[in-house]
Design a protein around this ligand. Structure first.
Ligand code: XLS
Ligand code: NI
Ligand code: NI
Length: 437
């Protein structure tokens, strides 16, 4: 039956780089094998519910611009309409996964009980769509930032009753995610931070946050949820400072609370740049500390500084990202979530297809080019060679803790040690990247 929303497209095919069809993939060939796996299995890309089916084009200066057929309808009818349209898009794109917040599928009722009931009902609608299409859930999450009760934070709120409410909400969201076979559960601390230190007890709020995450971990094990728990770092927006500022800040926090084996990271391109870092830096940090879980692939705009959540379109940025991801052994239970939204003027629903097709192609190019670079081997060989002397006796003894400052001082003084600088060859390495991009 033709769809009211995406009727110009049946199914997005892979048509190859020469194709001029705007509704075909030119690089995302899901069955293509790269570095031992298909593109589908490497990328595991996911369509998000919120930006695609909740966001209607509004910005802080203006009203909705998108017309969506469920707007104005009420209750279950609207939920079903929205869900079938969402899964129609996901299916037409051939995306294996989706992601959602609890409040994307069911609004807040007057009490938590009245919120949870429709959440279950609408969760069942999603389950039906998943069954019908074979689409799976990459992750679920709780919206702990929209309701006014969370204005001063959820777990880090000065009021323990708000902490309790957030705990109850996360318990439910995690159980719904588990029920839908979710492969991960994400915690994004939307308002876990401060607007002014004048009213904020940082030590107190940090303790609260640590306790909250322990409760989440305990409950995960209690209900037998086998997915990965993920924290999504972001330095600011909506608050001035968020405690999950970047990968290193979250790492320190997890270590402090003994949670580094329980929780991994969901790294977002746009959050990395907001933190004054690059996406590839955040990935490299996560990989180096065994914390890489999943990625949100929406980017910012270099001309303005906020979370614009645009679809990825830089194959070079993704190439460098996938170099780190492949070095780290891939995304595991994670995937590539398009936490990205259309521009306000993109009012044709088919723009959702263009957006995801371009994003999928950008990821595919990045992955293929990264695999080519690693396989070609010169960058990897150079990097290995650069550290090779740490495999020799002095390097090994230092790292094994068998040399003191006295020993090392004696070595330098007694042998007149004179280490010779060598070139880091940055430009040569950049040229090797440009050969594949
Ligand atoms: C906001 C975050 C959010 C999370 C899910 O900036 O990216 O969309 O991914 O709560
Ligand atoms: Ni974001
Ligand atoms: Ni995100």
């Amino acid at each position: 039956m033709p769809s009211p929303l995406f009727d110009r497209v049946d199914r997005v095919p892979y048509a190859g780089p020469g194709s001029e069809d705007p509704f075909a993939y030119r690089h995302y060939d899901p069955d293509r094998q790269v570095a031992g796996k298909s593109l589908r299995d490497h990328l595991r890309f996911a369509v998000c519910y919120w930006h695609n089916f909740v966001f209607l084009g509004q910005d802080m200066f203006g009203a909705d611009t998108f017309e969506r057929p469920w707007v104005g309808r009420e209750g279950m009818e609207a939920a079903r309409f929205k869900a079938t349209t969402a899964f129609e898009l996901i299916e037409k794109l051939g995306a294996p996964y989706f992601t959602f917040h609890d409040r994307d599928i069911a609004p807040e009722g007057d009490t938590l009980r009245e919120t949870n009931r429709p959440l279950d009902e609408r969760g069942a609608v999603l389950a039906g769509e998943m069954q019908r299409t074979g689409v799976k859930l990459l992750w679920g999450t709780a919206n702990l930032f929209s309701h006014p009760r969370y204005a001063a934070g959820a777990a880090t709120n000065p009021d323990p009753e708000v902490f309790a409410y957030a705990a109850a909400q996360v318990k439910k969201a995690m159980e719904v995610t588990h029920g839908l076979g979710g492969e991960n559960y994400v915690l994004w601390g939307g308002r876990e931070g401060y607007d002014t230190l004048l009213n904020t007890d940082l030590r107190q709020e940090t303790e609260q946050f640590g306790r909250f995450l322990h409760l989440v971990v305990e409950h995960k094990h209690k209900i037998g949820f086998g997915g990965t728990l993920l924290i999504e770092p972001k330095p600011m927006e909506p608050t001035k400072h968020q405690y999950d500022a970047d990968a290193a800040a979250v790492h320190a926090f997890l270590r402090r609370f003994g949670l580094e084996r329980e929780i991994a990271l969901n790294i977002e391109v746009n959050h990395a740049t907001l933190a004054g870092k690059s996406f590839v830096h955040e990935l490299a940090y996560a990989v180096a500390n065994d914390l890489l879980g999943s990625i949100d692939v929406n980017r910012g705009d270099p001309q303005n500084g906020w979370d614009t959540d645009q679809f990825p379109n830089s194959a070079e940025e993704m190439t460098l990202a996938f170099v780190e991801i492949l070095r780290g052994g891939g995304l595991g239970t994670g995937g590539c979530n398009f936490d990205a939204k259309l521009r306000r003027q993109s009012i044709d629903p088919h723009d959702l297809l263009h957006a995801h097709i371009g994003g999928g192609d950008t990821l595919a190019r990045g992955l293929v080019q990264a695999a080519a670079l690693l396989e070609e081997g010169r960058v990897e060989a150079f990097r290995r060679e650069r550290y090779a002397r740490w495999e020799e006796s002095l390097g090994r003894e230092i790292l094994a803790g068998r040399k003191s400052l006295d020993d090392l001082s004696a070595l330098v003084l007694d042998t007149d040690l004179e280490p010779q600088p060598v070139s880091g060859r940055q430009e040569m390495l950049e040229n090797l990247v440009n050969r594949v991009c």
